[in-house]
Ligand binder design. Structure first.
Ligand code: ZN
Length: 188
């Protein structure tokens, strides 16, 4: 089932997600719906806040993306087709040594708004799967960037917060117009 997408500046996007402690059918169904919603919107990542739930869970799918990245899941290079779409429950990121990279990001909560964001390239993320089993993923490139963007959502942080002043300023009119549309839609 597709879920309604929450747009900026709905208050839930600024809420820190509550940790997941119950790994049940309801969680499986929620993340299944999140994956469907992400695919329907043509996105590569979706956080619970974006469908109106302040929880520590996000989904990503990079199976259709250009594979200019590397990854290791629990110490092995698992085929991407086997691990995508990926559900990350209670994820926590550690930045590993490497350069920062700059890349133009978009966000399903900011339709048609894009801007360059600088982020660390290499990360390690520990997370749980739908059964509550812990995993460790090391990745770089778009894989890493996508996870950093989603985990930010889980902590109430948005990509516009990570932009340089200059980039943020260049999209300010669009961001304000979106906030206005969201505000007006919430009154209906
Ligand atoms: Zn986003």
């Amino acid at each position: 089932m597709g879920l309604p997408m929450v747009h900026f500046n709905a208050p839930v996007l600024r809420e820190k997600g509550v940790p997941i402690t119950t790994f049940d059918d309801a969680l499986a169904k929620l993340t299944e719906d999140m994956v469907e919603t992400m695919h329907a919107a043509g996105g590569i990542g979706l956080a619970a806040q974006q469908i109106g739930r302040a929880l520590q869970v996000c989904v990503i799918d990079l199976s259709q993306s250009q594979r200019d990245f590397t990854w290791e899941l629990d110490g092995a290079k698992a085929p991407l087709e086997l691990i995508m779409p990926m559900v990350l429950v209670n994820p926590a990121i550690t930045v590993l040594p490497g350069d920062d990279t700059r890349y133009e990001e978009g966000c399903l909560s900011f339709p048609e708004i894009h801007g360059d964001v600088e982020r660390p390239d290499v990360i390690q993320v520990s997370f749980q799967d739908l059964a509550g089993i812990r995993h460790t993923l090391v990745c770089d490139g778009l894989f890493s960037r996508c996870i950093q963007h989603e985990v930010d959502h889980l902590n109430g942080i948005l990509f516009i917060d990570r932009m340089s002043k200059k980039v943020r300023q260049s999209i300010d009119d669009e961001v304000k117009a979106l906030a206005k549309r969201t505000r007006e839609a919430s009154k209906d």
